[in-house]
Design a binder for this molecule. Sequence first.
Ligand SMILES: [Zn+2]
Length: 477
Amino acid sequence: MRPLTLALILGLAVIAPAQSIAAPQKAQATGPVAQLTDEIKAHSEALTNLEYLSDVIGPRLTGSQNLLKAQAWAMGKLKGYGAVNVREEAYEFGPSWSRGTFSARLLTHAGIPLQGAAFGWGATTPGPVRGEVLLPAPQSLEELKALPALAKGKFLLMAGRFPAPKDVDPKLWAEAAAGVQQDLFKNLAGMLIQSNKKDGRLLAVGGPDADHPLHKLPAAFLSTESYMLLKRLAARREKVEIELNIQGTQSAKPVQAHNVIAELRGTEKPDEIIVLGAHLDSWDLGTGTTDNGTGVTAVMEAFRALAAQKVKPKRTIRVVLFSGEEQGLYGSKAYVKAHAAELARHQAVLVEDSGTAPIKGWNLQGREDARALMAKATADANDLGVRELSLETALDSDHAPFLPEGVPAFFARKDFDEYIKVTHHSQVDTFDHAKPEELLQNAQALAATAWGLANLDERLPQVKPLTEPKGTASHGH
Ligand SMILES: [Zn+2]
């Protein structure tokens, strides 16, 4: 049985009692949550903001001028909505990177252009480079050890690890494979990796982490169609030759990046904090509409409604627009470090970063102990479709760095298959894929949940995990 389904059944089993008690008896949400929901329905600025962020500001790589523009824009908007303590918090990021020209062409056989994109912050080629495609399938330890010599000046069609032949001790094979890797990477002209999408859609990945193996040589993500063409041709055991040109620029010195922070101060417990979080940075093949323009503008809209309706939350609601998320959660790690002294006063951290679908609940990151209070805090949001509280743990967005500190940090739960298959990190992550109704629901769900948590009498327990949290790579950053 798939882990998710198990979590769902588990979740439902636990929720049902709370749900069945609440739902049938409870009338339509009234009071502040109805006010917030109606305010967003009637006056939402989320879609206008998303169009501006996507089409006018555009892609927001961490370290880029566009991201600085987006930060200034977001701070101006949040101030206009009535936010206080609006600021940028700087942290050391590493070298910035800007994508240069990229071209790939098949020189033999069909002789067609290939679709691809460079690995972010990756190595460049000395101009256009020609070489054979290598699709190794070593059948013995001798063939494996001979690979580095065979690979000289070739482009490796990356297809995961080299499977150990049946008659070879897997442990010996793994050791030998690790042993040849360094020489292999030294001799190769480059590496070609398959995008996780179909229909020509590409995948942007990468970061300034110099230890990443893909930093060692020029690497490109090819569209599935281009990759599979090379794979089929190479499997014919004929010479397959391509020309690859990868250009990109890194700053000579490390740069600073920033998290944007804005607050609506609590009335009774202003020192206790609910974070509404989403990353403002994006990849650069598209305009970062669904990753994570939708999260950013839904968070900003929830904040706008909370301020506009003067619902006066008891605890402080703090918007945090992280940066550096796409390269490895740099901004949220920096926030946890910079705010170490006040983490104990964080009631909860809510992160929205999973595409355009409706928010159907929250992933509690294994925190069964927080379920009852989260069910209480989201009771008024049930009618918006916010009903599922799953124990699912996903460690690839900005809630993750809070988990080892014991801070209740939850991830917006959505169906994201279409998001992963279509827009996530691809060149079609554009405003054309925005979903107006879902964006409204996202903002309503965030406002209602933040309100519920801000006004709970109780504090959610802060519990440091005994072991390092392990999670599913739900939406694979
Ligand atoms: Zn994202």
